[in-house]
Ligand binder design. Structure first.
Ligand code: NAP
Length: 214
């Protein structure tokens, strides 16, 4: 049993993650600005804003792993990268493993590149978010060896608009986008959660990024 703290455990990825972790018997806390209308049984919900340094202190305390799902959207767009850097420093100091749910945009479309976000196919409305989370990955790679981190890039077609279903059957890759026979890249919220809790229980990607898709 691990103590797992999810920053953003009430959002799309976060709700699936806290549900999967609690179902497997882990001690799960979630931090977000609001409490959910339908709380997941067994999950402890705390409220606060990531722009508050005191919240980051709480997130990194009394836990084995912190997984952040908070996206750089709206007011967080210009500041989230710095906040996640502050969180990484706290996790490092506390000996806590840090997981970051990022995006597919930073994945390479083929070995050697380019990145998906550098191609014409990448949707413009998501470009800023993808670039910021790409920067977060680069920043993690420059962190001291003492920080145990992982970064997960879901499939390009992952998202609340395409919830999919739980299959338990998916592929796990490294820095290259995984596509199916039709060239699509898909993953349900439940299957991303399975992959992340698998990583928490049996770390296979220390200080590295992995991607998950069908
Ligand atoms: N295909 C892809 O590559 C893809 C697609 C979608 C998402 N993503 C990435 O996956 C991750 C999760 O995205 P998502 O769609 O699951 O996000 P989401 O549904 O919008 O959830 C965001 C979570 O963060 C919390 N949050 C937002 N602002 C906060 C603040 N200031 N302080 C504290 N908590 C805050 C929200 O709760 P409150 O609002 O109550 O605070 C919520 O729990 C992000 O990194 C996103 O970039 C990737």
């Amino acid at each position: 049993m691990a103590r797992i703290t999810v920053l953003g455990g009430t959002g799309y990825a976060g709700t699936h993650l806290v549900r999967e972790a609690a179902a497997r018997g882990h001690e799960v806390r979630s931090f977000s600005r609001h409490t959910p209308a339908e709380p997941v049984p067994g999950v402890s919900y705390e409220t606060g804003d990531v722009t508050d340094p005191a919240l980051l202190d709480s997130v990194a305390a009394d836990t084995d792993v912190v997984v952040t799902t908070v996206p750089p959207r709206g007011e967080l767009e210009p500041v989230l990268a710095g906040i996640l850097g502050d969180l990484a420093a706290r996790a490092d100091a506390a000996g806590v493993r840090l997981g970051v749910v990022g995006g597919a945009g930073s994945l390479l479309v083929a070995p050697g590149g380019p990145k998906l976000l550098e191609t014409d196919a990448f949707p413009a409305p998501f470009l800023a978010e993808a670039q910021i989370m790409d920067g977060v990955l680069e920043e993690l790679r420059s962190r001291p060896e003492s920080l145990d981190w992982f970064y997960v890039s879901p499939a390009a077609g992952f998202g609340a608009y395409a919830p999919g279903e739980r299959t338990g059957r998916f592929r796990v890759g490294d820095d290259v986008l995984l596509t199916d026979d039709e060239g699509g890249s898909h993953l349900s919220g439940e299957d991303l959660a399975i992959a992340i809790v698998d990583e928490v229980e049996q770390p296979a990607h220390r200080r590295s990024r992995f991607t998950v898709a069908y």
